[in-house]
Design a protein around this ligand. Structure first.
Ligand code: SF4
Length: 79
């Protein structure tokens, strides 16, 4: 029996993010800006640091990781 593949999450390093907004443009159904322009989960989430991704969101999340000017984003596989 094989274990299910862990779901990917988008990790935001809050020590690096400076609210430049590229991720908000690439992932409008996943992230919404707070009043200062920092990205927050659009849907209720357990936490705002590791945001669960649907499979259809993965390509845009990979683009956001590559384009974040502050290198604040990484993809992780949560167990
Ligand atoms: S693109 Fe990077 S720096 Fe800009 S808001 Fe998103 S995480 Fe923060």
């Amino acid at each position: 029996m094989t274990r299910p593949t862990p779901s990917p999450t988008l990790h935001i390093d809050w020590t690096r993010c400076q609210a430049r907004g590229a991720c908000l443009e690439l992932l409008p159904d996943l992230l919404h800006p707070d009043e200062d322009g920092y990205p927050l989960p659009a849907a209720p989430a357990r936490q705002r640091t590791n945001i669960p991704l649907r499979a259809a969101q993965l390509p845009a999340a990979q683009d956001a990781v590559a384009l974040c000017p502050r290198l604040a984003l990484t993809l992780r596989r949560e167990k």
